[in-house]
Ligand binder design. Structure first.
Ligand SMILES: NC(=O)c1ccc[n+]([C@@H]2O[C@H](COP(=O)([O-])OP(=O)(O)OC[C@H]3O[C@@H](n4cnc5c(N)ncnc54)[C@H](O)[C@@H]3O)[C@@H](O)[C@H]2O)c1
Length: 322
């Protein structure tokens, strides 16, 4: 299905965008990885090392989109502002990337590639604090922060494109994802990034709270889900949750990370910081049975295995990521 196909991956130098780019290039697609290389995001040139793609540096908010949207067969839309605290600090910047820039891309594609399939990287964030677990797609929307508002707006613009202009669009509401190419410099992308860094540097990491549950998704499984979403016609026009491994508390996750590092490492337990508690969603895990049913997808990489693979990957490239 992918050989010779022209594919646009927005956010293509980031964590998930580069992971998708590697997979599609390996399947013979002509991949354009578009990225603004924004500081503070997961953008990293090393993410595309060894990958046969064309990296186009440009910002969806301002660049001329004609060339990169011309004759495209599929779009994997990963460009976003993903920091929750960052969205609260600068909601206008967050909105400009997660909503306004999405409209610019939608309008350009309407002219240049009206039939291209779009798989949109959405988030579980806008469900807010879950009313019950697991969380299905029918859970009420209650964004806990500006990022939740902007990401919901962006998703809905894409779904409107499906309803009104019949474009095949699938939106995947992701849980916490991890794996190679994640930003590990600090905790801006996810707490797990800085946990990886600390473990690899032989330093203690901090566990805030510890009782909250998460259903972490390994990058290879997320990539497989995005490709399955594009390939499965019955998925087009729909919004799906995407979960990962069975739910685990953060404290148990910390222990699993140390086990995955051969028993080496330690952590400090801390109260959840008051300034973050206001936008925290507590425990979460997804009901992603609809996506599994429609596409046949299921995660293949268990948690300890995924953590071990991630640590091994960074161990060889630490200097490029810290
Ligand atoms: N990683 C996760 O755990 C997670 C969880 C839920 C949802 N998501 C969603 O998945 C998608 C990918 O996230 P990620 O983890 O790979 O993030 P990331 O920060 O690693 O990648 C995002 C990339 O988008 C680029 N970008 C941002 N604004 C841009 C613009 N205006 N023009 C061009 N490029 C721009 C950045 O430079 C960066 O490289 C996002 O839509 C995010 O909301 C991710």
């Amino acid at each position: 299905m992918w050989s010779g196909k022209r594919v646009l991956v927005t956010g293509g130098a980031g964590f998930l965008g580069s992971s998708v780019s590697h997979a599609l290039a390996a399947k013979g697609a002509e991949v354009i990885a578009l990225d603004a290389m924004l500081p503070g995001t997961g953008a990293n040139r090393h993410n595309l090392a060894g990958c046969d793609v064309r990296l186009v540096e440009g910002d969806l908010r301002s660049m001329d989109l004609a060339e990169v949207t011309d004759g495209i067969d599929a779009v994997f839309n990963m460009a976003a502002q993903i920091s929750h605290a960052g969205s609260q600090a600068d909601p206008l910047d967050d909105l400009s990337i997660n909503a306004t820039a999405q409209l610019r891309l939608i309008l350009a594609l309407r002219v240049r590639s009206p039939k291209a399939i779009v798989v949109h990287g959405s988030t579980r964030q806008f469900y807010g604090r879950p009313q019950a677990l697991p969380v299905p797609e029918s859970h009420p929307i209650s964004p806990p922060d500006a990022n939740g508002v902007s990401k919901f707006a962006g998703e809905q613009y894409w779904m409107l494109e499906n309803k009104v202009h019949c474009r095949p669009v699938v939106s995947l509401r992701l849980t916490n994802c991890y794996g190679p190419r994640l930003r590990i410099m600090d905790h801006r992308q996810t707490f797990l990034g800085i946990w990886f860094r600390r473990v690899l540097e032989g330093q203690p990491f901090e566990v805030w709270g510890g009782a909250q549950t998460r259903d972490l998704a390994y990058a290879d499984d997320v990539v497989a889900a995005f490709i399955a979403a594009a390939e499965t016609e019955a998925a087009h026009g729909k919004v799906f949750n995407l979960g990962g491994s069975p739910p685990i508390s953060l404290k148990a996750l910390a222990d699993t990370l140390i086990a995955a590092n051969g028993g080496e490492g330690c952590y400090i337990e801390k109260e959840f910081p008051a300034d973050r508690a206001a936008i925290d969603i507590g425990s979460y895990y997804a009901d992603d049975s609809a996506f599994r049913r429609v596409t046949g997808w299921a995660p293949r990489v268990g948690l300890e295995e995924g953590l071990r693979r991630s640590l091994d990957w960074y161990r060889e490239r630490l200097a490029d990521y810290v």
